[in-house]
Design a protein around this ligand. Structure first.
Ligand SMILES: Nc1ncnc2c1ncn2[C@@H]1O[C@H](COP(=O)(O)OP(=O)(O)OP(=O)(O)O)[C@@H](O)[C@H]1O
Length: 217
C-alpha cells in the first residue's frame, strides 16, 4: 500500500499569502504522477508537503488514510524525497551518502553495501562510488541523489526535478528507473518542467500561479 491523497489543501511559508491552494489529487501504488508548471508554480512546495516537511494550512495530506503529522511520520511510512538541490553531504563519497541513508532508515550494513552498489550501478556511477560529492559533476551529483532515493526502497517516491541536469541518455535512464519503482509497487510523484518527461508519466497535475489548472477543476 502507499496511496497518497491530497484533499483540498493550501500551502504557504510563514505568514505569507498561500503559495498553493485548492490542491486535490490521489496517487496510487504503481502510478507515476507528473507535477508540472513553470518556475515558481509551486511544484517543490507540493512535494515538500507530500514529504511531511510542510504542513498544509488547510485541507489534508494522508497516506493510506492516515494524515501526515510531519517528516518523521512520513519517513516511518516509507515516504522518500529526492530533493531538487540533491541534499547530498559534500564531505562524504557517493557510496557513503547512500549507505548512511540506508542504515539510517533501518537497513543492516550488509543491506547498505548491496543496495549502494546496486543503485550506483543502475545510475551508471559504479566508477564514482568512492569520489567525494564535491568531485562529481552536477549531473553525477543529481544521479547520486537518485541512486540514494532508489536505495531506500520507498513506498512513496517523490522526485523533484531529478533530470534537470542530465543528458538525454541519462534522463531516459532516470525515467526508466522511476517507472521501475512504480512497477515494484511504489507510488511515484515526479516534479518536472520538461513536457517530454511529463509525457512519459501516467498522469499529470499542472500548476499555474498556485492553483491546479490540469486536470481542469
Ligand atoms: N522557503 C520558502 N520561503 C518562502 N517562500 C518560498 C519558499 N520556498 C518557495 N517559496 C515560494 O513559493 C513559490 C513556489 O516555489 P516552488 O519552489 O514550490 O516552485 P517550483 O514550481 O518548484 O519552481 P522551480 O521550477 O523554479 O523549482 C515561489 O513563489 C517561491 O518564491
Amino acid at each position: 500500500m502507499g496511496t497518497l491523497t491530497v484533499e483540498d489543501a493550501a500551502f504557504g511559508y510563514g505568514d505569507g499569502t498561500p503559495v498553493l491552494s485548492g490542491v486535490a489529487v490521489t496517487v496510487r501504488p504503481g502510478e507515476v504522477l507528473a507535477v508540472t508548471g513553470t518556475s515558481g508554480a509551486g511544484k517543490s512546495t507540493l512535494l515538500r508537503a507530500m514529504a511531511g516537511l510542510l504542513a498544509p494550512r488547510s485541507g489534508k495530506i494522508s497516506v493510506d488514510g492516515a494524515p501526515l503529522t510531519g517528516r518523521d511520520h512520513a519517513v516511518s511510512l516509507g515516504v522518500v524525497l529526492i530533493p531538487q538541490d540533491n541534499g547530498l553531504a559534500a564531505i562524504l563519497t557517493a557510496a557513503e551518502n547512500i549507505s548512511v541513508a540506508v542504515i539510517a532508515t533501518g537497513g543492516s550494513p550488509a543491506d547498505a553495501r548491496r543496495r549502494t552498489s546496486e543503485s550506483l550501478d543502475a545510475l551508471g556511477l559504479s566508477g564514482q562510488a568512492n569520489q567525494l560529492i564535491d568531485e562529481l559533476s552536477g549531473g553525477q551529483q543529481q544521479r547520486t541523489a537518485v541512486a540514494r532515493g532508489l536505495a531506500l526502497r520507498g513506498k512513496i517516491v517523490l522526485a523533484d526535478e531529478v533530470t534537470s541536469e542530465l543528458d538525454a541518455a541519462n534522463r531516459q535512464r532516470v525515467l526508466d528507473l522511476l517507472r521501475a519503482e512504480a512497477a515494484r509497487g511504489a507510488t511515484v510523484v515526479f516534479a518536472t518542467h520538461d513536457p517530454e518527461a511529463a509525457a512519459a508519466c501516467d498522469r499529470e497535475l499542472h500548476l499555474t500561479d498556485g492553483v491546479v489548472t490540469w486536470p481542469r477543476p
